[in-house]
Write a new protein. Structure first.
Length: 142
């Protein structure tokens, strides 16, 4: 925020225990490096970018242990199921409260044709999901 400089491009989110822990940022032109911005270090989310107080809050992403949406320990495209064993669809996106990073909804797909005809569904939950090898299990809020 101090100088208005563009630091990089947000490319993903880091997720752990049902919450967004931070945003992944790519820097560089040819050889891109990935960095992490903790959610608590973000001053504001705007339509065209995010604002942070200082560059010191950006840390290099070494060995990621958390899940991300499309990068390391990928969640996008995984099957989501209820804790009763009902298939809900494939995870396409997450919705979270910007201030605290709590995930409040999951956007699901039933495939291309179903998305075109019926649209995607958003499932809401208050509890963190159980992330398994092949599926993500959630307690659905009706």
């Amino acid at each position: 925020m101090a100088n208005g400089a563009k630091i990089g491009e947000v490319c993903d989110v880091s997720i752990s225990d049902g919450a967004v822990k931070g945003l992944l940022l790519e820097k560089g032109a040819i050889f891109k490096k990935t960095f992490m911005i903790p959610i608590h270090s973000i001053s504001s989310f705007g339509r065209d970018g995010i604002m942070i107080d200082n560059k010191q809050s950006i840390k290099p992403l070494k060995k990621p242990s958390d899940f991300s949406f499309t990068h390391h320990h990928r969640l996008s495209g995984r099957m989501m199921m209820t804790n009763e064993g009902e298939r809900l669809g494939l995870l396409e996106d997450v919705y979270f409260l910007e201030e605290v990073g709590t995930i409040v909804g999951y956007e699901l797909s039933d495939g291309f044709f179903s998305d075109v005809l019926e649209g995607r569904r958003v499932i809401k939950t208050d509890e963190p999901p159980a992330i398994g090898k092949d599926a993500i299990i959630i307690n659905v809020k009706m």
